[in-house]
Design a protein around this ligand. Sequence first.
Ligand SMILES: Nc1ncnc2c1ncn2[C@@H]1O[C@H](COP(=O)(O)OP(=O)(O)O)[C@@H](O)[C@H]1O
Ligand SMILES: [Mg+2]
Length: 364
Amino acid sequence: MANEVVLQIKNLTKKFGKVVAVNNLSIEGINKGEFVTFLGPSGCGKTTLLRMIGGFYYPTSGDIIMNNQRINDIPPEQRKTSMVFQNYALFPHMTVYDNIAYGLKLRNVPKDEIKQKVYNILKVVQLEGMEHRRPAELSGGQQQRVALARCIVIEPEIILLDEPLSNLDANLRVLMREEIRRIQKTLNLTTIFVTHDQEEAMSMSDRIVVMKDGEIQQIGSPVEIYEKPSNLFVASFIGYINLIDGKIVSKSKDTYTIKTSIGEIKNINSELGDISQEDEVTAVIRPEAIDLLDKRNNEIKENRFNGIVKDYTYVGALVRYRVEVDGFDDTFIVDISNPGGRGIFKVVEKVDVLLPNKFHCIKK
Ligand SMILES: Nc1ncnc2c1ncn2[C@@H]1O[C@H](COP(=O)(O)OP(=O)(O)O)[C@@H](O)[C@H]1O
Ligand SMILES: [Mg+2]
């Protein structure tokens, strides 16, 4: 089935005085039922972009297109969007029922219908039996569910969530990720989610829009963003990373030889696009793609370098090492999973660092 595009952003800019919060930003299409996350550091323009989509800020220039119609001039309450604010903004004096019913009353929905819709949504967010409580009588997670219920009960086409989990403690945050995703899938709700937390973005999204300084750095699935970051900002923002600068000194078919300060590294990768001989590149190697070999193991020769263990952190499921390698002015971060049987290398122990034979490269 072809994707049905619900929202397009065209050359959108928002200035606050001299500050360019969102800079000529375009998104070709957000599809029906898609969960898209705007991810980036604080101050990169996520909230401003979301608020323009919701109608709370007017763009300085550019267009917001919903269902093929320009909606710049349509006020928030007439847009088919609904927003959950970071602090929930629940009415403290109203019961859960009245909080959720509020938007429906504003829209003059008949009383019986309101009741039916509210009770339906209470079921979806699993708050049955709590309809008579006030927000102060609920836990943080429950308040979050009320805010979500209030947002979706009016049956918007797109829900907009601005860092909705940032007020919750760590465990609850993880539970609510799954909960939001479940509700979103149940109702096939097109969702735009804003966060600065890369793990949250990775675990929830169909696609991630990585932003910096009001501009898009990359749009892609979590796997694409993680495995093929389009630049160093994206590579470093998403998870731990080892970056090794070098120059392509030979290329035959899919095999690139990269000359670096630690020696030559081979990369057998047919997906490096327009990278060719003489190009300066940065090799992007994730900690889990590197292995550490005992000195006595002589089987593998290529992409193998002398190292020395600087320190490590034992995290149960994995050991995260920092390893020095001759010629490298940084240390390699290496994750060895499930180290049980192999034992743990000691600090200052000599090891061999085995780089993968296939990895992503960014052209300089
Ligand atoms: N109402 C406003 N008035 C002036 N400057 C603002 C306003 N809202 C946001 N900004 C500025 O715009 C930039 C982007 O802010 P924001 O969209 O809130 O970023 P994020 O949500 O990614 O943290 C920041 O430099 C911020 O200081
Ligand atoms: Mg924000």
